[in-house]
Design a protein around this ligand. Structure first.
Ligand code: UDP
Ligand code: MG
Length: 308
């Protein structure tokens, strides 16, 4: 019998987890010919999430849980889920039911009957989200797709069903700074996109603050593009050309009209602008250097405290 592993990263999801289990259990009953494994990854929750996982595991043999020693972030949860999954197919779902479990039936059909390797999902609406957040997200996708060769789909969720072959290829990338959306596109394979309308959280609160999202976007760009590193070179060339023209103009002006020491305020402005740009470029190099530094330490992506 074929088996699907459902990986669910959970961070402080005591309110949504029981509702999620009910929903996925219903779907699993509809998919009679398939064996299931529910893999809850407790990402260092400070609430009752782990106890709920344990209770569910007692009640249902298909439930497995992994509990981290602290909060490692959703990306680590996804990686741990992939490493510990045993199914022929693996899917990720958020515990807050924002990823409709019923879609799984169609996803499985597409892989099975139409020969896709992976089926992803994307939200076509962003109902219930602040307009400024939606706007910035759209800008981010435009920018990153211009900068990176790997295509990032606007509105793509982490919710997807993959064959074992895809899972193994993702696991072969052992980088520490994981940006899963990019990694999924990087491995390629035949991907089908299912579209659905945004669903709001059943319970609890989102863990993403505005600042977190901003940093996440930044990580995505650093992880999948080296274009920012070229900014310094381009600005440098541009400034050399401008300064050459300016030098020639000033020499001619001084020879013709005299007055070599005017223009102190404009000089201060130029110094400020040039040093600002220099610091900006050093900052970009620093961002890449810090990622390289973290990679070179080879630290584990997650640490397990207990599991069943
Ligand atoms: N999550 C996690 N670790 C974290 C933050 C979030 O495992 O540090 C899980 C969370 O429990 C949920 C999923 O990742 O199942 C998505 O989180 P959330 O709903 O807050 O994100 P959003 O849907 O708002 O993008
Ligand atoms: Mg959510």
């Amino acid at each position: 019998m074929e088996k699907i592993s459902v990986v669910v990263p959970c961070y402080n999801e005591e309110k949504s987890l029981p509702l999620f289990y009910e929903a996925i259990n219903k779907v699993s009953k509809k998919m009679k010919k398939i064996d299931f494994e529910f893999l809850f990854v407790n990402d260092g929750s400070s609430d009752n999430t782990l106890n709920i996982c344990k209770k569910l595991a007692k009640k249902d043999k298909r439930v497995k849980y992994i509990s981290f020693s602290r909060n490692f972030g959703k990306e680590a949860g996804i990686y741990a889920g992939l490493e510990n999954s045993t199914g022929d197919y693996v899917t990720f779902m958020d515990a807050d039911l924002q990823d409709p479990p019923e879609l799984l039936i169609e996803m499985h059909r597409l892989i099975k009957e139409e020969g896709y390797d992976t089926v992803g999902t994307r939200r076509v609406t962003r109902k219930g989200e602040p307009p400024i957040r939606s706007f910035l997200t759209r800008c981010f996708y435009k920018i990153i797709n211009k900068m990176s060769k790997v295509e990032m789909v606007d509105g793509a969720r982490d919710y997807r069903l993959m064959t074992r072959q895809v899972v193994d290829s993702i696991l072969s990338m052992k980088e520490y700074n994981r940006y899963s959306k990019g990694l999924f596109s990087f491995v390629g394979f035949n991907t089908k996109w299912l579209e659905y309308e945004n669903v709001e959280r059943v319970a609890g609160e989102t863990k993403w603050s505005f600042w977190n999202l901003f940093m996440y976007a930044f990580e995505g760009i650093i992880a999948f593009s080296t274009a920012p590193l070229w900014i310094a070179t381009f600005i440098g060339i541009l400034f050399c050309i401008i300064s050459f023209i300016a030098i020639v103009a000033i020499i001619i002006k001084t020879l013709c009209f005299g007055d070599p020491v005017g223009g102190w305020p404009s000089m201060v402005c130029i110094i400020f602008m040039v040093s600002g740009i220099q610091l900006f470029c050093i900052g970009i190099i620093g961002a890449y250097l810090s990622k390289t530094y973290l990679e070179s330490k080879n630290r584990p992506i997650y640490i397990i405290k207990e599991k069943n």
